[in-house]
Design a protein around this ligand. Structure first.
Ligand SMILES: [Zn+2]
Length: 324
């Protein structure tokens, strides 16, 4: 049972559905899934673009502090081509490099940076976080959060960081542990730039909630340790690959001190729908929204080009980009 990653393919309107349910938020990022190192994934046989009926279930979800009930959806879609041609880690490489490597031994040297608007630890009234208005302490009234997933990537992460710096924007990077291991300096650069870093699993398997508790734990803990080694602090946020959640993932996030985060603006940039499409989708952002895009998983030039105009346009509208 799971909630899909935001990157899956559901109409964005769904993501803004009733706040009492998580149903519809899941729109997983196939690109996301394109990176899945799951050896069981059928490479030449892309999963369905919509959740299998049998997997789409409403269920009560455990909420931090027992605050909510949620209907969760699971599903996955692959971009198999990304798997083979994308600039980021390949499944095999991710597995070998990420899961089989020696365990990090360097303890975190410092704590994760506080959210850009408060020194107090963030809490959310729901699990996972879909909208900044669910946060306490509250985000600034005109705040939006840009989240950037599946890096670090040797080409697109530096381009993204340059673009963010040019626009004075702080963001939250959801990084994959195996990539972190390969490109630790990029993670250090992200951290040095004042951006937040979120755990996005070690090898990005999908559907994430279906891989079993032992592997879920390994994926989350390994990535946490990789990030600690590269960034010098423990991540305080977790974004499940494909937006695929279940009760155990929530429990693990809580025990590891991480807030589960989702999104509510999804331009589906992983599918390379064209720069105008990405731009239009992101320009629909309003105060409180959590925007999703990617710097890893394949060719992200469309994403970069779209953000080049979207970032200044949203700022001109009065919105403020915050790091979680
Ligand atoms: Zn992802």
């Amino acid at each position: 049972m799971a909630v899909r990653c935001p990157h899956i393919d559901r109409p964005q309107a769904d993501a803004r559905g009733p706040t009492t349910t998580l149903e519809g938020v899941g729109t997983t990022d196939p690109r996301d899934h394109g990176q899945s190192p799951d050896p069981d994934a059928t490479r030449g046989d892309p999963p369905p673009a919509v959740p299998p009926a049998g997997r789409r279930v409403n269920r009560r979800a455990v909420v931090f502090g027992g605050l909510a009930a949620a209907g969760l959806t699971a599903a996955t879609a692959f971009a198999a081509d990304e798997l083979l041609t994308g600039g980021t880690v390949r499944h095999d490489a991710g597995h070998a490099a990420g899961m089989a490597g020696p365990r990090p031994s360097v303890p975190p040297r410092r704590t994760a940076p506080p959210a850009s608007w408060t020194e107090a630890p963030l809490r959310s009234s729901r699990t996972p976080l879909f909208d900044l208005r669910e946060l306490a302490p509250p985000a600034p009234p005109a705040a939006v959060a840009l989240t950037i997933d599946d890096g670090p990537h040797p080409v697109y992460t530096p381009m993204m960081l340059d673009l963010l710096a040019e626009n004075g924007v702080k963001a939250t990077f959801s990084v994959i542990g195996s990539q972190v291991r390969t490109y630790p300096k990029l993670v250090a650069r992200i951290a040095a730039g004042g951006h937040q870093i979120s755990n996005h699993s070690q090898t990005h398997p999908s559907p994430f909630a279906a891989i079993g508790r032992d592997r879920i734990r390994r994926e989350i803990i390994e990535a946490k340790e990789r990030i600690e080694n590269a960034a010098g602090y423990s991540p305080r946020f977790f974004r499940s690959p494909g937006g695929d959640w279940n009760r155990y993932i929530f429990e693990l996030c809580r025990s590891e001190g991480m807030m589960p985060i989702a999104w509510n603006i999804d331009p589906r940039d992983w599918s390379r729908p064209g720069t105008p499409h990405i731009r239009r989708a992101m320009l629909a952002a309003k105060a409180g929204d959590v925007l999703l895009c990617h710097d890893g998983g394949g060719d992200r030039r469309q994403t970069i080009e779209a953000l080049r105009t979207v970032l200044p346009a949203l700022k001109k509208r009065g919105l403020t980009f915050v790091a979680l």
